[in-house]
Write a protein that binds this ligand. Structure first.
Ligand code: GTP
Ligand code: MG
Length: 140
């Protein structure tokens, strides 16, 4: 089966694990248990084709958060790695917002990647993020 490998990166507490667990198991985890490194694999159907998704859920890092994209492309020596910029916790009230939609959209435009707002709590756009990533990986 085709295997699509996804890596979750971003600052601590933004919801990388919650998104992964919601996608994998359809459950929202309320507790905050900082990740060391976990990986998950499951069989999925992508546009009618059986494949596997492998998700590496990394430990959050405050430092260099904005440089993740650059570092990944450099380490892999590959400028064509598909990315999606995700703004999570969209279920929370606007007063909790740390990044405006405009700021996020500007960053995504700079990186040439899509920007998607999600909620691991309500499952808003969770399947969409992983499906879109798998499509981009498949199309490489
Ligand atoms: P590290 O593993 O430390 O890097 O953190 P993380 O990015 O994996 O964050 P995690 O998924 O553990 O979520 C941190 C906290 O935010 C937990 O208490 C989650 O329940 C909460 N959380 C995650 N996603 C959402 C969301 O979409 N909405 C709300 N309201 N809370 C969320
Ligand atoms: Mg985590």
């Amino acid at each position: 089966l085709p295997l699509h490998k996804v890596i979750m990166v971003g600052s601590g507490g933004v919801g990388k694990s919650a998104l992964t667990l919601q996608y994998m198991y359809g459950d929202f985890v309320e507790e905050y248990d900082p990740t060391k490194a976990d990986s998950y694999r499951k069989k999925v159907t992508l546009d009618g084709q059986d494949c596997q998704i492998d998700i590496l859920d990394t430990a959050g890092q405050e430092e260099y958060a904005a440089d993740f994209r650059e570092q990944i492309s450099r380490v892999l020596d590959d400028d064509s790695v598909p990315f999606i910029l995700v703004g999570n916790k969209a279920d929370l009230a606007n007063s909790y917002r740390k990044v405006t939609k405009d700021e996020a959209a500007a960053k995504a435009a700079e990186w040439g990647c899509p920007y998607i707002e999600t909620s691991a709590k309500t499952r808003l756009n969770v399947d969409e993020v992983y499906t879109e990533l798998m499509r981009k990986i498949r199309a490489r």
